[in-house]
Design a protein around this ligand. Structure first.
Ligand code: PLP
Length: 378
């Protein structure tokens, strides 16, 4: 099945009005602002703001990336990686589409399943990309607040779906809270949501989870023709700068999304590195242990100080700073430590990504100075 369409078909699909809206959209502005902010990162700063993996991929993966032919389009390698990912999940290659990071996969899902007048339901707060892309497409984003224990409120999300709901986004584990939806909860939810609504489960942080109640929603795909799962090589695999993500789902859903991928949306370097990553049985367990051990250390240090944290199953932690987090973020920046942005619906919570142990210790020490324990507990 061809997985690309011509540029002309793409322009026609998008439409002139949507194209103009795209240029003057909050998404483009936010993206430009984010790019500027990233460029503004002090070079010697400790980066604990984007849930990146400080260790990066293995030496073998980097070697493969360096050897990838720079003068050839990545088509052949793309098919090889698609097949390798399909084999990894025990599905057909037609059930996999690759993206320039999973961000592109999320955008493809919006383009395929939402649009003017359609409803896109997501939690608040959650990873924002799906709602931002929905806005560009003139879809109606509906935000459903998390429960009091910072988890997806699945019953209310199901209730928020009406006949016009094209896409329902569940980030599991959730960014920025780090909380999970259990396998049983997800299965019951998938059975409840109408078949016309595509359930997009973003599993960017899947590999960090240790809670035995969690299960990947990939197991739901065979029985639910409306479940699609997004994954990324940016987090545990440490390749955020190389860019590769994918969606896995029923063939019809993947076929609906694939035309919205741009041509050669991946690159030979990341594809060559990915083949090495997938062939290395030690990489995921090693990264998981290192980063989760560091998170456990941080959480126990914070607990000793009486600070409140959200139960995280990811490579980041939310910490209650007992007041507006904005000046705290600035104070960290002044110390050349970048932490997560402020989430308006959780204004007193600071999101910190897990770095190396020394970076995480530096963060903990700085937190002690910036937010003395008495202020956090107040
Ligand atoms: C939940 C979630 N999904 C998707 C992404 C996008 O990642 P990428 O485009 O690098 O795959 C992120 C990045 O932080 C994320 O937190």
């Amino acid at each position: 099945m061809p997985l690309a369409i011509s540029r002309r078909t793409f322009a026609g699909t998008l439409g002139a009005a949507a194209g103009a809206a795209l240029l003057d959209s909050p998404l483009v502005r936010r993206t430009a602002e984010a790019a500027t902010a990233r460029r503004a990162r002090p070079l010697d700063a400790v980066l604990l703001n984007s849930n990146e993996n400080p260790y990066g991929p293995s030496a073998k993966a980097l070697e493969a990336a360096a050897k990838a032919p720079p003068n050839r389009y990545p088509d052949g390698l793309e098919e090889e990686v698609r097949a390798a990912i399909a084999k990894h999940h025990g599905v057909a290659p037609e059930q996999v589409v690759l993206g320039c990071g999973s961000s592109e996969v999320l955008r493809m899902a919006d383009m395929a399943f939402s649009g003017p007048g359609k409803r896109v339901v997501a939690a608040e707060p959650t990873f924002e990309a799906v709602l931002m892309f929905a806005k560009v497409l003139h879809a109606n984003g509906v935000k459903v607040p998390l429960t009091a224990d910072f988890r997806h409120d699945l019953p209310r999300m199901a209730e928020a779906c009406d006949g016009s709901t094209g896409l329902l986004y569940v980030c599991n584990p959730n960014n920025p809270t780090g909380t999970i939806v259990s396998g049983d909860e997800m299965a019951a939810f998938a059975s409840r949501v109408q078949a016309e609504t595509t359930i997009l489960v973003d599993e960017a942080y899947h590999h960090f989870v240790e809670d035995p109640r969690y299960r990947s929603s990939c197991e739901l795909i065979a029985a639910h023709p409306n479940v699609v799962v997004a994954r990324t090589f940016s987090k545990i695999y440490g390749m955020a700068g190389l860019r590769l993500g994918y969606a896995i789902g029923p063939e019809a859903k993947i076929a609906a999304m694939a035309p919205y991928a741009s041509w050669s949306n991946t690159n030979s370097a990341v594809l060559a590195a990915t083949l090495e990553c997938l062939a290395d049985p030690d990489l995921v367990p090693r990264q998981k242990k290192t980063l989760n051990d560091t998170r456990r250390w941080l959480v126990s240090e914070l607990a000793k100080q009486g600070r409140r944290t959200m139960p995280s199953e990811t490579n980041f932690v939310m910490i209650d700073v007992g007041g507006d987090v904005a000046p705290v973020i600035q104070a960290f920046r002044a110390r050349k430590i970048l932490v997560g942005r402020k989430f308006p619906s959780l204004p007193n919570w600071l999101r910190v990504s897990i770095g190396t142990r020394p970076q995480t210790e530096a963060f903990a020490a700085a937190l002690g100075e910036i937010v003395p324990v008495r202020a956090a507990a107040a």
